[in-house]
Design a protein around this ligand. Structure first.
Ligand code: TNX
Length: 487
């Protein structure tokens, strides 16, 4: 098969600077080798593996002498990297392994999509210099409404890192189920983590502490920070079913597998509540090396406002007590926040939820407006999966907005980044997740990475079209949106 030559700028997210030099294409020939500083050997091995698979050539990794070189240092920002492709060789350099990993994702997209063992391939000549707009480029997976196994989550991770997504928020508890084993509170997962605890009585399961630790380590090796969420004080029916003393009158509540929200609440005026919450936050913090711990805070419709304030005023300092920054849905900005806390804004219409004031007070904000970034919204009215309470969200709609003008008072400097949440009420399989995420997650990834002035829907639409064969070759499901002229 004759491999198609990619253009240097055919990358998602679009790099900051692309300078093609068509006279300097590099031929990956049977004798190619990858050389790397010992500290970059891991990245070199990953690149060699991709090249072996694409070409069928041996592609050894050596300390010197290869025509593809991976260099650590000489470039001064955390996530930044530079790629030079010339007829004599290719150089990837960065100051950190994370920067090299980012550059590796760019190089991967410059390989032809067509399958395996195709022999000689050509990489497009020129130079790419690149670094992200925001440090936080995330997506969320809801394990509570339907559970996904560690292997399924790992496979999703392997797909999302190709778009330089660097945070995976896991929604680990909700009314239907509790998905992370908590030492000292075994009934959470024994009672509320088993079979039948997902929406409509399907898709239960939970992560043991060992599985969670393994998943966190797997993500860390791919420079992805896991952000665990325990949703409080609402969305707690599953916890109350397991431990009736957490229910308002200590009564035994029935399990619920419908998709209603806003009916459950912890009691802000009982000490049992705080003993439970502090244990959980301490254990989750101990299992999580990343800096963030998400405490939910959303849709607490059955918590009286005064109780909501009492509860969060006591609970918001707890992540800090155990070494983490509290993240919470933006409703939490109704109370005074500890200095490092991060509100995550999901509203459709700008409204004064205290988020702008928090930004003025120096808080960083994560932008996740539901009508643009929620991956569980239908693409159009005929989409078989998903919900539509925030409207239908086509690919252009998910791309053509900017987080710095969503909310007056929350501009570029106030943003930690963007996140695309994927709630799973209607999603049962990895194929369902992929169908909703691709191609909209790459759109959000580009918003989080590429400078605003360089973004353009027509350009994104044309670049994403080439991912059809790539996803097909990787076995990744996606929505063949009619907005895109798929290749
Ligand atoms: C709203 S917006 C929720 C979730 C639902 C989701 C479905 C927010 C923070 N919470 O409880 O799963 O809508 O789209």
């Amino acid at each position: 098969m004759r491999a198609t030559l990619r253009r240097l700028g055919d990358v998602i997210p679009l790099p900051v600077s692309v300078r093609p030099d068509p006279a300097a294409n590099f031929l990956v020939s049977p004798t190619v080798a990858v050389s790397a500083d010992p500290a970059a050997a891991d990245i070199a091995e990953q690149l060699a593996k991709l090249l072996r698979r694409a070409t069928g050539f041996p592609v050894p990794v050596t300390e010197a002498g290869g025509s593809i070189k991976i260099l650590l240092g000489g470039y001064d920002k955390n996530e930044a990297y530079r790629v030079d492709i010339a007829a004599e060789g290719v150089t990837l350099r960065a100051a950190t392994e994370q920067g090299l990993f980012n550059g590796l994702q760019t190089l991967r997209q410059l390989l032809p999509a067509e399958g395996r063992g195709i022999g000689e391939i050509t990489l497009p000549g020129g130079t790419i210099e690149d670094e992200p707009r925001f440090p936080y480029r995330g997506t969320m997976l809801d394990l509570a409404r339907h559970f996904f196994t560690p292997d399924e989550i790992k496979s999703y991770l392997d797909t999302i890192v190709q778009f330089k997504i660097n945070h995976l928020h896991l929604h680990l508890s909700d009314d239907q189920g509790w998905r992370l084993e908590i030492p000292g509170w075994p009934r959470l997962t024994e009672v509320s983590g088993g079979e039948g605890t997902g929406v409509d009585g399907t898709g239960g399961g939970f992560l043991t502490t060992a599985e969670y630790a393994d998943l966190v380590a797997y993500a860390e090796r791919r420079f992805v920070t896991i952000v665990p969420e325990i949703d409080l004080p609402g969305h707690v029916n599953a916890a109350q079913v397991a431990y009736p003393e957490l229910a308002r009158d200590g009564e035994q509540l029935a399990p619920r597998t419908d998709a209603e929200v806003g009916y459950s609440s912890l009691d802000a005026n009982r000490e049992e509540t705080y003993a439970f919450v502090e244990d959980v936050i301490r254990e989750v913090a101990a299992l999580t090396p990343g800096p963030f711990l998400h405490i939910g805070g959303d849709e607490a419709f059955s918590t009286p406002p005064e109780d909501y304030r009492t509860f969060l005023t006591r609970v918001l300092p707890l992540p800090g007590k155990y070494g983490k920054r509290a993240v919470g849905w933006h409703e939490m900005a109704a109370v005074e926040l500890p200095p490092s806390a991060v509100p995550q804004y999901w509203r459709i219409e700008p409204a004064d939820d205290g988020v702008a004031q928090a930004a003025r007070d120096g808080h960083q904000v994560i932008m996740s407006p539901a009508d643009r970034s929620y991956l569980d919204m239908k693409y159009d009215k005929d989409t078989p999966l998903g919900l539509d309470w925030a409207g239908v969200v086509g690919v252009e709609r998910s791309y053509d907005w900017d987080p710095a003008d969503r909310l007056p008072g929350v501009g570029e400097e106030a943003l930690l980044g963007v996140e695309a949440p994927l709630w799973s009420e209607t999603l049962r399989s990895p194929a369902d997740i992929e169908f909703m995420a691709f191609p909209r997650l790459p759109a959000i990834a580009e918003i989080g990475w590429t400078p605003r002035a360089a973004r353009d829907w027509t350009s994104f639409r044309d670049r994403v079209a080439a991912f059809g064969p790539r996803w097909h070759a990787q076995g990744v499901n996606f929505h063949r949106s009619p907005e895109i002229d798929w290749i």
